[in-house]
Design a protein around this ligand. Sequence first.
Ligand SMILES: NC(=O)c1ccc[n+]([C@@H]2O[C@H](COP(=O)([O-])OP(=O)(O)OC[C@H]3O[C@@H](n4cnc5c(N)ncnc54)[C@H](OP(=O)(O)O)[C@@H]3O)[C@@H](O)[C@H]2O)c1
Length: 317
Amino acid sequence: MRAWAVDRYGVVDDLRLHEIPAPVVRPGGVLVRVRAAAVNPADWKVVTGKQGGRFLHAAKFPLVPGYDFSGVVEAVGEGATLRAGDEVYGFLPYRRSNAQGSFAEYVAVPADTVAVKPAGTSHEEAACAATSASTALQGLRDKGGLAAGQRVLVNGASGGVGSYVVQVARNAGAEVWGTCSAAKMDAVAKLGATRVIDRKATPLASLDAKFDIVYDAASMSSYGECARLLTPAGAYVTLLPNLGLGVGMLRTAFSARRCGFVIVASRADDLTQIAGWMAEGRLTHLVDSTFPFDRVPDAVRRMQSGAVQGKIAVTVA
Ligand SMILES: NC(=O)c1ccc[n+]([C@@H]2O[C@H](COP(=O)([O-])OP(=O)(O)OC[C@H]3O[C@@H](n4cnc5c(N)ncnc54)[C@H](OP(=O)(O)O)[C@@H]3O)[C@@H](O)[C@H]2O)c1
């Protein structure tokens, strides 16, 4: 199969189209013909081996980056409940044991890590939602204790994860405030945020409000900076481990407050819940751009530029 890969850790420009064997379907698994992939910051981190990238993928070269996929089941392993021809979406595990990438024509995954894609959602949109909406849901529910009537602050609301955090919180009946750069405020308001804050004009330190959940999707703050924004039983959720996270966990160990770090996992039940929202039109996709398969390096470079609004999709087949 054709797959984009690097032969060593380096720069995004090193990505080359390789011909490599397709992965083999295992018992309980499915072989998926990838129709679309989506780009995450993890992709350039994995290619460069920097910013934790070496912990997210096996150091097995040629190394194929890419996590999110949506496509069609082509072969089914013994005991798997899906059928050939089913349209499914999901993401590969962000682990050192993962030696596959979705910037490729096929992935082979356990059937209980994917969900059926809604008919009215394109493969590109489903791929965009896979990691980011799962991260939003798992962070809000499992680390934040999301409930109706809460007030949620999303830092980085215009990003891949943040754009879904806004919508998942809104779907649960929360009041959502979001921060982003000035040029992206309209897009965040359209996702359902009650208040959108220009992060440069009003930094977190100058906000005068209390929140049940502060979800730092940009992961640029610390618990210490956000503690004054939390209600007495409020939760701070972040996506990148750092010293501030450790301090926050210690500070909340004996308090009603929580400080949580998400490690997103591909779970069929969460992806099915997300698919349900997509089918009902309650989860839309802030798609920045869509690239053809032969321009995967451009797509990853755009992600690395930091200019992205929402998600970048890749049409594979
Ligand atoms: N732990 C996990 O399981 C997990 C899962 C998914 C992602 N992640 C990580 O979480 C981070 C976010 O992922 P993503 O896909 O949402 O990335 P993304 O699409 O690049 O979004 C990040 C957003 O942060 C905002 N931002 C940039 N600089 C900022 C600053 N100084 N202060 C506040 N906001 C700033 C940007 O929006 P504006 O330009 O509008 O400000 C941008 O849209 C990445 O580091 C990613 O690797 C972790």
